[in-house]
Design a protein around this ligand. Structure first.
Ligand code: ZN
Length: 461
């Protein structure tokens, strides 16, 4: 039995391709790979089956069924591999310890259960386990050697990291600080500031580049912790009131400055004898020179003129954002789109959407689910949606899928997802909410078949 415990950097997009490419019931000619989601802590178990020599495999998100090359066409699987969480693992282990066939190995345990099934349990660490159940008359080694299991931490690739979207509706990912490195430096006023290290290097190169055009730019500010933003909010609220804050101050967790990838640039304009108009015109010309050089260094101008309906902010010539790849930056700058549009992440309303952190679903998949929720919600007259939050990977399990399959009239769903939302109902309410009531943690359950669209199946307070 081969087993690898390896942390892979794997882009969400790759997983999405894999999930749609490996349909259930499909007969495999070459090795197939499917990412199956366990209830591990932030970990995803990637399962592959070696289906050479006439073997075939069926995949679904929580199991793999392996069919031996047999005369009858191998209608019954000779083995099933199952992803399992801690509780199920503990239960199986407890039952197995009493059996005479119980054997511990370096990789896990093997035994033959009461029904004669051969079981092999792999302890993959991080509370993720994988159990292979083989038929009694099988050569266990022949079966087990056809499974391969890899523990995969689903972390966006570096390029995706630099394209992380944080705005009024997209919260900073919870584990952000562990994914970046900050450089300590000073701004033009000798105040200590921090910048993400790649963004910092890129800024220094940009600074040198524009200096050749006779333009001086300096660091003003960049990284700001969520704690600092909370303090800022409190300071501004005390000084100017809540209304001011709601309009001009980013909600803690929803400021791009939390990423360390956003930089406020201080444009040094020499003092000259000139009218206000002349000075303003010169300043605009200097900014234009800076903006022209941004993309070559992996930066974009983040808050474009007249696009506050999308970005949530008025034009800020000084606020630049590092996106990593100069080709990506060039495409964004040349086409004149906002980062939201580039990432296809324009939210149709002001409701805050928190996609949280998931080892199972990427943001595109979640966005589709939220769109289905909004479509339902929009039919509730006068209701004001305030926020939608991902309820967490723990809500995706076999019980949930089975329950929604029964709700959905016995449809064979492969995955489920839950969101919770806060909203205020309207004057008349609806069949699903009382009039003029504030709802918190209102639940929304959706499920989908393999390769299918999310279907909203259940909701309620
Ligand atoms: Zn800024």
């Amino acid at each position: 039995m081969r087993k690898t415990k390896q942390l892979l950097w794997l882009a969400g997009a790759l997983l999405a391709v894999c999930l749609t490419a490996c349909g259930s019931g499909q007969s495999a000619q070459t090795e197939e790979v499917l990412t199956a989601a366990c209830q591990g802590e932030g970990a995803t178990v990637q399962v592959s089956a070696d289906v050479s020599g006439g073997w075939r495999a069926d995949f679904d998100p929580v199991s793999v069924r392996l069919y031996a090359p047999e005369e009858d066409g191998g209608r019954d699987p000779v083995a099933i591999g199952l992803c399992e969480g801690e509780a199920e693992y503990a239960r199986r282990l407890q039952a197995a310890r009493a059996l005479p066939s119980y054997t511990e190995t370096e990789e896990g345990v093997t035994f033959t259960d009461g029904a004669g099934l051969q079981e092999y349990i792999l302890d993959l660490g991080e509370n993720v386990h994988y159990t292979i159940l083989a038929q009694p008359d099988c050569d266990a080694q022949a079966v087990f050697s056809r499974f391969d299991v890899t523990l995969t931490a689903r972390t966006p690739a570096q390029d995706d990291l630099f394209l992380t979207l944080v705005n009024r509706t997209h919260k900073l990912p919870d584990d952000w600080e562990s994914r970046i490195r900050l450089v300590d430096t000073q701004n033009y006023s000798q105040q200590s500031i921090q910048v993400e290290e790649n963004a910092y290097q890129a800024f220094r190169a940009l600074q040198e580049d524009v200096r050749k055009d006779g333009v001086q730019i300096e660091l003003e500010s960049s990284y700001r912790s969520v704690e600092r933003q909370k303090d800022l909010w409190a300071e501004y609220e005390q000084a100017y009131g809540l209304d001011y804050c709601n309009h001009y101050v980013a909600v803690p967790g929803f400021s791009e400055h939390h990423t360390g990838l956003a930089i406020d640039v201080n444009l040094i304009q020499p003092e000259k004898d000139q009218t206000d108009e002349e000075r303003a015109a010169e300043r605009a010309a200097l900014w234009a020179k800076v903006h022209a050089k941004l993309a070559a260094h992996g930066f974009i101008l983040r808050y474009l003129e007249g696009r506050d309906d999308v970005t949530g902010y008025s034009y800020e010539p000084w606020h630049i954002r590092y996106v990593g790849d100069p080709a990506v930056a060039g495409e964004i700058m040349e086409t004149g789109v906002t980062l939201e549009e580039y990432l296809n992440a324009v939210e149709p309303s002001d409701a805050v959407v928190d996609y949280g952190t998931s080892a199972v679903y990427d943001e595109d998949e979640m966005r589709e689910a939220v769109a289905a929720i909004r479509a339902q919600f929009d039919t509730w007259t006068g209701c004001e949606l305030r926020s939608v939050r991902y309820a967490g990977d723990q809500c995706y399990n076999r019980e949930g899928v089975a329950w929604l399959s029964s709700v959905g009239g016995g449809k064979a769903y492969a995955q489920c997802i839950e969101f919770v939302s806060d909203f205020r109902s309207g004057e008349t309410g609806s069949g699903y909410c009382e009039p003029n009531t504030d709802y918190t943690d209102y639940q929304w359950w959706l499920a989908r078949t393999l390769g299918g669209e999310w279907e909203l199946l259940s909701w309620g307070a």
